[in-house]
Design a protein around this ligand. Structure first.
Ligand code: PMP
Length: 324
């Protein structure tokens, strides 16, 4: 979809001299929709939160987008429905400077593109071997990481290349001050003595929506304490569990960091509980009190909130044992 018009996949083109290509003047969002065969419904996950983050990125990047970003939900859902997807999908929504004689200082006019594709596995394995990168994570004084701009991704790309050359699956980056930040497309959590810990939002991270979901689920559903604070690299070495999270990859266990094994090298108990709960909510199996899912095909019926105070057996949490 280009500026609200449905176009064929191959017809969505950009000029080679656009500021989007010349200088990376573009912001974007990536998020998922989950097909629920039992409901015959596809749910987009936290789409309004992604659109709010898009608004924040546009403002930080000084890019114009006329109108209310929340109305882009209609375009996203129309695109999914036009393709008739009945499987998990990934969306990428971009806003960029497209004019061939545009200048890097321009704030507009901007173009908007939305692409939806079937989800494919993000990582090739169930538990990742991570390597801490020699590349520092970009910082708020240079390339603000909380602005989801395409240019920011060169930093993580360099770290990924380095990690793969050194035999790791993926990288973790440290801040310029040497504390744990995040990876290429994911935030990181560790578990120590039953407590969940994650670098705070001032540690050069993208403020991940999956990160926020994990924090809320852990506190509200599992009664866990979650600390958002500076994290030392060596805390990862002695953690009981480590996992990474993001819209594309969900919650993925970490087997080792710099060769130090995390727990028994498989997904730990808390990682598994969080992953099951996250997927149950995202797939519309368990309604959360936060109204995180938006139905694509039957919006009026399926988006009706549960009546307060009533326990609906179909919407309660399912444990991993029940699922097995
Ligand atoms: N950090 C970076 C750098 C990312 O690109 C992403 C993916 N958008 C994340 C963290 C995770 O964010 P979210 O959970 O919102 O997908």
């Amino acid at each position: 979809m280009f500026d609200g018009e449905l176009v064929e996949y191959d017809a969505a083109r950009l000029h080679v001299l656009s500021p989007a290509l010349k200088y990376g003047i573009a912001v974007f969002e990536g998020f998922c929709g989950y097909w629920n065969p039992g409901h015959g419904e596809l749910y987009t996950f936290r789409i309004q939160d992604h659109l709010r983050r898009l608004r924040a990125s546009l403002d930080l990047a000084a890019l114009d987008l006329a109108g209310d970003v929340s109305s882009l939900q209609g375009d996203v859902h129309r695109l999914i429905a036009a393709n008739g997807f009945r499987q998990d999908v990934h969306m990428r929504l971009q806003v960029f400077l497209a004019s061939d004689n545009g200048q890097p200082e321009d704030t507009g006019p901007t173009c908007t593109s939305i692409a939806v594709v079937p989800v494919s596995p993000y990582f090739g394995r169930a538990a990742l071997n991570l390597g801490v990168s020699t590349w520092a994570r970009i910082g708020d004084r240079s390339m603000p990481p909380r602005m989801k701009s395409i240019a920011n991704y060169h930093n993580g790309r360099l770290a990924s290349i380095e990690a793969q050359r050194h035999g790791y699956d993926a990288p973790l980056m440290l801040t310029a001050q040497g504390r744990v930040s995040e990876g290429f497309g994911y935030n990181v959590f560790l578990v120590r003595d039953g407590m969940l810990i994650t670098p705070s939002v001032t540690e050069s991270i993208l403020e991940g929506i999956t990160r926020d979901s994990v924090i809320r689920l852990a506190r509200a559903q599992l009664g866990r304490t979650v600390e958002e604070r500076p994290v030392d690299r060596t805390e990862l070495y002695s953690a009981d569990e480590v996992f990474v999270c993001g819209s594309g990859e969900g919650i993925t266990a970490v087997a080792s960091v710099d060769g130090h094994r995390c727990g028994d090298g498989q997904a730990g108990e808390l990682t598994r509980q969080l992953r099951d709960q996250y997927l149950a909510v995202a797939r519309g199996e368990a309604l959360s009190s936060w109204q995180w899912v938006s139905p694509v095909y039957r919006p009026a019926v399926a988006s009706r909130p549960p009546r307060p105070g009533r326990v609906n057996r179909r919407t309660r949490w399912r444990t991993s044992r029940e699922r097995a």
